[in-house]
Unconditional design. Structure first.
Length: 316
């Protein structure tokens, strides 16, 4: 029996009220006594660094959209690339609304207006998050099984455990069974099955996106704590996993508290706590600022007469 709307809303508020103060206290307590060092680290950022971070964040988002566009086309959903990009970018606003439902609603409404079946858009959203999570686990698993740092030995088990469900989740037979079941239940037309090549392609696109984002992660964290290059895969996988955990945390807008708490935990394994706090807050401001910028550009593009004229097509 589904929960009443008021109870769902109340539970989300309660969870936010518990998580945010707890994470905030941990971050604040780690900075106390290191105010001078924290300010000194914050002053290391300059205009070239900011521009590089902006370019890498946008590059990551373009790769994430390419994965979405590829998934939808493999499921037989055809709209022009630029239309897909505008809808995908604007739907990111849904991450900042508790429940994350608006992300799905924005896409289904936009695709339905272009004559595309809503049910397959929903399934594409599921595949999108599944492969984003799987690719994040790949990067972190490789990093944890290869890194030699003594402070990460306790986390090494996570790398090996993460490979087991990953192998199961990426089974084409399992995914195609889900596609067929969904089509039969809804009386929808059957869609061509996804091949192993499709799965590998989805995973590779997301991996490339995480590497691009990882360069930004590493640059920002390096400017604060000057960590070695050997930690590149570790911070890339940690941030990817924390980010996906934040997206899947339905009660937290943009994963606030969840993503930050996980990122602080992972970073505190390789650098002093006050530096980990500054890096965590820097990562949050960096990506949130870039996402809001892209959402604003997408909103403007969707309002332009030229955009409306070129995005109503059904193929491209």
């Amino acid at each position: 029996m589904p929960l009443p709307p008021w109870l769902r809303a109340t539970s989300k508020l309660v969870l936010n009220a518990l998580v945010l103060p707890f994470v905030g206290y941990i971050l604040w307590s780690s900075v106390r006594g290191h105010e001078a060092e924290t300010l000194d680290a914050a002053r290391r950022f300059d205009a070239p660094t900011a521009l590089a971070l902006l370019a890498l964040a946008v590059g990551n988002m373009l790769m994430a959209h390419l994965a979405w566009h590829t998934i939808t086309r493999r499921l037989g959903i055809h709209i022009p690339y630029l239309a897909s990009l505008e809808v995908w970018a604007f739907s990111l606003l849904g991450r900042y609304i508790p429940g994350k439902v608006m992300l799905l609603v924005a896409r289904t409404v936009a695709y339905r207006r272009r004559g595309q079946p809503v049910v397959w858009v929903g399934y594409a959203v599921i595949l999108e998050h599944l492969f984003a999570l799987a690719s994040a686990m790949v990067v972190l698993s490789i990093a944890l099984t290869q890194v030699k740092a003594a402070e990460l030995q306790a986390l090494r088990w996570l790398g090996w455990i993460g490979l087991v469900p990953l192998a199961l989740l990426l089974s084409p037979r399992l995914m195609n069974w889900g596609i067929g079941l969904l089509a039969r239940r809804l009386g929808s037309e059957e869609r061509p099955g996804l091949s192993t090549g499709d799965f590998v392609l989805f995973l590779l696109i997301y991996l490339c996106g995480w590497i691009v984002l990882g360069l930004g992660n590493y640059l920002l964290i390096w400017r604060i704590g000057e960590i070695g290059w050997s930690y590149f895969l570790y911070v890339t996988g940690a941030h990817a996993l924390a980010g996906i955990a934040g997206v899947l945390s339905l009660f937290a807008p943009s994963g606030i508290g969840v993503r930050d708490g996980l990122m602080f935990y992972f970073l505190s394994r390789i650098m002093p706590a006050y530096q980990a706090t500054l890096a965590t807050l820097g990562l949050r401001m960096w990506l949130t600022g870039c996402e809001l910028l892209v959402i604003g550009v997408a909103w403007i593009a969707l309002k332009l007469p030229l955009a409306r004229g070129t995005t109503n097509g059904r193929s491209g």
